[in-house]
Design a protein around this ligand. Structure first.
Ligand code: SF4
Length: 94
């Protein structure tokens, strides 16, 4: 299983157009699964992400592009904000 922290370093990242076609979200769920409205659980999407081969690439893309909505790389918007804060603190301390 690919961990999300510390983030993987990319010497030769897959282009977005490549990894996006490999995402499991292409096979399951609809907009409401991947962009759950307020009050709707993001857990079904996260369970799919857990077994996605391009989870790390997806999460990194979302972090780099400031994706504000939906589940990316198995994390909700709030979880991504926390991860960014952790990453910032980690980098500031390094
Ligand atoms: S990690 Fe989740 S949101 Fe990202 S490509 Fe895979 S299934 Fe889709």
């Amino acid at each position: 299983m690919t961990g999300i922290w510390p983030p993987r370093q990319y010497d030769d990242p897959l282009p977005a157009a490549t990894w996006q076609t490999l995402g499991r979200c292409n096979e399951v769920g609809g907009d409401e699964t991947w962009f759950p409205p307020k009050g709707v659980s993001s857990r079904p999407a996260k369970l799919v992400c857990r077994r996605c081969e391009v989870r790390a690439e997806c999460l990194e893309y979302a972090l780099e592009h400031g994706e504000r909505f939906g589940v990316w790389g198995g994390l909700s918007e709030r979880e991504r904000r926390r991860l960014i804060a952790l990453r910032d603190r980690y980098e500031a301390a390094a």
